[in-house]
Design a binder for this molecule. Structure first.
Ligand code: F1P
Length: 342
């Protein structure tokens, strides 16, 4: 089998996976709304491990932005081992546990301890109906179209992320956003087809030796995930930062071998693109991505709460192409297993 065969198929089939996920979410619409209306809580917490922890960061920021209700994200190991510095001192919690495999030990332990302590309600998001996590929640959303064979998450991540956009939209009473979700399917197909060659050109450019992924607000978790993809698939040093944080020290690392990948918002475009201008001024390279990004423009006409998913395929293709160009196999990243079991 050729290197990266599974990863390539999984990246390119994401719009189809999203289409199937939208159908599952439509069927679960009332259960999702009713669960949120039924309980009282002081906070919503999203959790996962690795990629699904980064997904939790993105989901918590979007949920709070849409609802105005306090939300946080923690690695599952923090909830399991450090509950007192994680959970609020009083009040119930709605915990949303996210896991591609549905069997990562830390995530299962965190959910078991949460339920044993009677802390509140549990919602689970996973891709496999027969794995333990899919039976632990008051509501268990299973998205089998996100299932994948390669180790580094791509299709699973974006499909589970789409589900968290649906949760945030419905829990915010934004039926309009929920109804608009299907717009990411044609937009995703267009972005993947149109920018695959740019991703290959940059992925094959071995004059680049370090990557910084910059994103803020609901995009910071996505920047963390794309940085992890670059590490996992291509064994390249990469780091994520909130946009303006990059000036507070990390920019000292910028050289001609640097690529700063900017996940640009529309609302704070000028502040964020100014950081990318700084990188160019220091001799670094830039990939400006966004609804009207200079290098990658989604032109989706969707609400940013929805089009944020479109940042993912670009960064995934960049990591995939660099991995292949380096003669690696992104289907089986170095030292990595698809599930961490303790
Ligand atoms: C979590 C995870 C992945 C990571 C690697 C090991 O898996 O940490 O995020 O990329 O595959 O497992 P899961 O709980 O989402 O199945």
């Amino acid at each position: 089998m050729e290197n990266g065969m599974f990863t390539r198929e999984e990246i390119h089939s994401q719009p189809e996976a999203w289409s199937a996920a939208v159908e599952v979410l439509r069927h679960q619409h009332d259960s999702i709304v009713d669960l949120y209306k039924a309980g009282k809580r002081a906070q919503v917490i999203f959790t996962g491990c690795g990629s699904t922890y980064y997904l939790s960061l993105a989901a918590a920021a979007l949920f709070q932005e849409l609802t105005g209700f306090p939300a946080r994200a923690f690695p599952a190991s923090e909830l399991w081992l450090y509950p007192n510095s994680s959970y609020p001192g009083s009040g119930r919690v709605l915990l949303v546990a996210i896991s591609r495999s549905g069997e990562t030990t830390e995530t299962l332990y965190a959910c078991e301890a949460f339920k044993d302590a009677g802390r509140g309600d549990l919602v689970t998001l996973s891709c496999y109906p027969d794995k333990p996590l899919a039976a632990m929640g008051s509501l268990n959303l299973v998205l089998p179209s996100g299932a994948e064979r390669s180790v580094a998450q791509t299709r699973a991540f974006s499909t589970l992320y789409l589900a968290t956009i649906a949760l945030a939209s419905l829990w915010a009473g934004r039926e309009d956003l929920f109804d608009a979700l299907e717009g990411v399917i044609p937009a995703g197909r267009r972005v993947i087809a149109y920018y695959a060659s740019l991703a290959r050109e940059l992925g094959e450019d071995m004059s680049l030796d370090r990557f910084y992924f910059l994103g803020s607000g609901p995009r910071y978790g996505l920047a963390c995930e794309l940085s992890l993809k670059m590490k996992e698939m291509s064994l390249t040093h990469s780091e994520p930062f909130h946009f303006l944080e990059f000036r507070h020290g990390p920019k000292s690392m910028v050289s001609s071998g640097t690529l700063a990948v900017g996940l640009l918002s529309e609302g704070n475009y000028s502040h964020e693109s100014a950081v990318l201008d700084d990188v160019r001024g220091m001799g670094g390279r830039v990939l400006a991505i966004g609804e009207g990004g200079k290098d990658v423009s989604f032109d989706s006409r969707l609400d940013d709460a929805i089009y944020n998913i479109l940042f993912l395929p670009i960064g995934q293709m960049l990591a995939y192409e660099r991995s292949i160009a380096k003669g690696l196999n992104p289907d089986h990243p170095n030292n990595l297993d698809s599930v961490v079991k303790l």
